[in-house]
Design a protein around this ligand. Sequence first.
Ligand code: FES
Length: 545
Amino acid sequence: MTTSIILSIAVIIIIMLAMAGLSELTYQFFGKGKKLKLGIRSDGNFEKSLTIEGGDKLLNTLQNKGYHIPSGCGGNATCGQCKIKLYTNMGPYSPTETPLFDRKSRADASKFLEEGIGNGYTRLSCQVRVDKNIDIFLPKSTLQVKKYSARLIKKTQLTSDKSEISLKPLKKFNFKPGQYIQIGLPDDYVEQHYKKYGEQISCFCKERGKDYIPFTPGIDLYRAYSIATIRRDVIKLITRVAPINPRVQIENGGVPCLGPNCTQEYLQEKSIWNLWAGEKVKFTGPYGNFCLKEEKHKAVFVAGGAGLAPILALLDQWFAEGRKEKVYFFLGERRFQDIPMLYISKWLHWQKIHHNFKFIPVMSGAFRGDNPSQLDDIDKECFLDLSEEHQKDIIKCGLIDKSGEKWLGHVGFIGPLLTNYLKHDDPKTTFYLCGPAPMTVTVIDSAANTIGLKKENVLFDDFTGTLTPSLDLIYQKLMMTKMFKQLGLHHADKDIEKITKILVIKLILRDKIDESYIFLDKIKEILAQQSDKEDLLNKLFKEYE
Ligand code: FES
């Protein structure tokens, strides 16, 4: 009996010592539990020093102190929204972080880390573990982000896959048109959905080489939504839930639409859509600086899918302020039925009363071989559901024929149509883009090539983290195009066409940002050679085609 008591006490002591050793190890390696200093600087000589507990990720540390950093992917290094400038060397980029930075940021980081040159560097705050005192910069706009609650007051189905959600904030909420909020998700709902679709989604991620993000209990999930209105009392958002193959409903085995955040994106959309009117939601905001430039300028708005939301707010602001410069609004959708009928009447009305406004819907077709010019039964039903006056307006604008059978508007992609409306004449013309990456990237590429759109006049919200480096790559390619012309290569035009196809379609649109940079480096090397340029280029193209 005495021996067993002694043995039990010994075991307990060993366990306690082991735990102490473990916590000491954690303490040593990650500064867990250690009291550290976090210095925050901001615009206007703002400085603050906080005492924090070390060991956690910078994103979470800031959140715990009431500083809300945009974090659409919940800390999984896929959205790129949580970038923060650090004045302290917190180590190099993790491999998952690197693709979310363009070459310039990477070069600045190396200079700072290796040579101590420069005033800090930028990292994803979700990838920085705080294991020592740290100084950071937060823009004033981030300091103004707060936590809010709202009640869901209305849900309106806009199209088969898009809905409008109206939220009434429970306290005053200020924002600028074009900004976004992050809605927190009901945990139990997220867990249920992981149980239901987890395996299916995991297989799909594997097939497509995407990361599957498993469910982590206790971690708050937030989803970013752009505000679709200029009204302050009611926040309107557009949510989209679509199976990856729209012909197969999720319930019948279709795989949910996956963005860069994979599972989370789908779950978040779905869980918000399933909220009941009257239910309370938590959100943080406002975030982002996708806002109208104050100076006078011609504007081109390009929207697709749920990307319509901030564009709606910016257009509202444009006319609320009585701006008189020319404004084009390109809306890219698959078919007529995907245009929200709730808004089309407003745009047609604007076209009548504002001579500076031009609405240009462009239908791409849902699938290969799909013909959006021929209205199908759902398209026709959507058209007939409109009031007689609006039907007449649509016919009068030349979008649908008199019989209501055919779509007469543009079909295809927005990029090639730009020159029908815009000339190479106004260096201030600004593009505001929000929508699927293939649309955004190809429109920027076309506009840069055909009408000389300047890089500083391209504005978008980068919810995927890859649009910023993509923009850099597109403009590097443009510089290279000029070199081809200067060198007078025989097949310059064909070569440039091939480079565009490989770079934009094969690399950028498949999120191969690093490979894209390498591809352009190889072309630069070839152009610097004295001879055999054409042969070497052809070999390179074959390698990538
Ligand atoms: S939260 Fe850090 S990349 Fe998304």
